[in-house]
Design a protein around this ligand. Sequence first.
Ligand SMILES: [Zn+2]
Ligand SMILES: [Zn+2]
Length: 265
Amino acid sequence: MLQDTEATRIVVTGEYQLDMQLADVHVHTRRSDGWFDKEHLAEAALAAGLDALVITDHDDVGAGFEIRDYVEQRSLPLSIYPGSEITARHVGHDVHILALGIEDDIAPWQDPAWTIEQVVALGGVPVLAHPYKIGTGYLRAFADLELAAPVSIEVYNASIADIDRFDPRARRRGTNRNDAAAVFHQTHHEQLLGAVGGTDAHFRSVGRGMTAYRGDLLEAIRSRQTAVVSDSRFESARPRDFVTYATGLRSMKHRRASRWGCNAG
Ligand SMILES: [Zn+2]
Ligand SMILES: [Zn+2]
């Protein structure tokens, strides 16, 4: 199994070596709008040859603790970092910022610079998620901002790769948004933290966008010692269990509205 997964890996950016560990830093669960529960997620991560996951449900760090407990109780060889994908707001648009390694929720729909400062204050690593995604991407605004803290960029998002491959409009545009993000990272690397890759798994397998590192994942990103690796196999989105998905989505929106008093997005 591991042999198969190694055979389909492609280095996106950085100096990847086979002794490095691999993390998927962008994973949703059924606590927000994903499909995975803890059992299936741990099983899928190990099957994909991953060493670590960052759990990044929308505006909610809860699932990370649950999955970490599950993995520790069974002594599975998997490091779980709690985190979230925070919905910030910039000139009328939602902007998604991954918060890797935080253990408290951060208020959504705030200014991105403020959001990034909160992530750092909580000991986490802020990442601009899927930076060229229309609507929730953020790279165009990045150059105009004076950020108080350096950020990382998700230079490979497997869901974006799938959309760009299967969506005829994206194919006509002839642009690859992940490649564009990797180029942006290369040309601005002095202002940025180490690059990361993630799957943005809602229904798809985990471990198709990966961050390679040694030692502690968060420290490796802060010290720019990461490489980004992708799995060259593609998948189309296919809800495995639509009822569970719809129920999860409803409860996520309810929880977010009652916690933060609004229900945008
Ligand atoms: Zn997102
Ligand atoms: Zn996401």
